[in-house]
Ligand binder design. Sequence first.
Ligand code: DX5
Ligand code: ZN
Length: 224
Amino acid sequence: MDIRITPSILNADFDNLANEIAKVAEDSDLIHLDVMDNIFVPNFTFDFNTASKIIVDCPIDIDVHLMVADVDRIGIEYAEIGSTSVTFHIEASENPKKLISEIQKHGARAGVAIKPNTPVEVISDLIDLVDMVLVMTVEPGFGGQSFMENQMAKVSQVRAALNSSTRDIWLQVDGGISTETIEIATRAGADTFVAGSAVYKSPDPAQMVRKLRALAVNQLNNPK
Ligand code: DX5
Ligand code: ZN
């Protein structure tokens, strides 16, 4: 199992994004881009044009997390412009199987996300179709919230389902990931970690990415 660290730029300086991304690019696997529409969640980040520019200019792969309504349409647009990974919320999709196949048809990895109150059963029939499952460890909408440890049972449940698949399906957690919590999430079975404020509130974001990776890798290799 590979460990991936995907810093979220939600809490970075939006006026200097290229510079903020450059700080972590070398040490990160992908950059996590949170797209919010103020409908699916009570917050707004980027419109499509602004997000496209960030995606096209980004020196490393982009992991787009769509927290938007109308995702069956918008998700395809994000795949078309060259996102490496496009994750949609099951709570927002009317036709998830079609959306997954459309995203993949455009050459992107397709991810499905569940909010804290959404049980894993809701995505059971999608797990073997997607390339990533995202178990939210906060209510989506804002950075800097506390990690919800009570979501770890769901992470373990997804991990058990993934173990019986031969496909390379990533298991991501998003929300409150820090040096205090990354080992807990690794133990539960996550392999792909979003970290927003932990990285960008750190005086040395690159070093924080390396530290988070080391903690997860060590936990994986020396389970305790
Ligand atoms: C929240 C976003 C997260 C956010 C995480 O809805 O999906 O990606 O940036 O921020 P932290 O790591 O600060 O919880
Ligand atoms: Zn996110």
